[in-house]
Design a protein. Structure first.
Length: 110
């Protein structure tokens, strides 16, 4: 993997349960780890949701392997890139060589 290809900065966010002052439990997204990545992806397509046509954007992030990235799971983390939020759909460990991870993501609809 060429270091020069890691040309964008992304932020991993972790989902945590937090208790407020009166004992209510809430899910909160907190910044977990920031690193540089290579971005690639399909231009997307469209899908129909509740009678509306919405764009579907799939994007792939490739990051260097480290302990913080190795702890990332599909269900408890998401990625923030250029102000947009992306859910992690799958994680490819690239033959388990501990050099890089490829994350397949989809933009969060809000």
């Amino acid at each position: 993997m060429e270091i020069a290809a890691l040309n964008v900065k992304i932020m991993f966010q972790k989902n945590e349960a937090v208790v407020d002052g009166i004992g209510n439990h809430m899910n909160v997204w907190r910044d977990y780890f920031s690193c540089h990545a290579t971005v690639s992806g399909s231009g997307g397509g469209e899908m129909a949701v509740a009678g509306l046509t919405v764009p579907e954007v799939d994007i792939h992030f490739t990051v260097r392997f480290c302990r913080a990235v190795a702890a990332v799971t599909c269900t408890g983390f998401r990625i923030c890139f250029r102000g947009e939020l992306y859910d992690i759909l799958s994680i490819d460990h690239l033959n388990f060589r501990n050099r890089a991870l490829k994350l397949k993501c989809r933009r969060v609809r809000r």
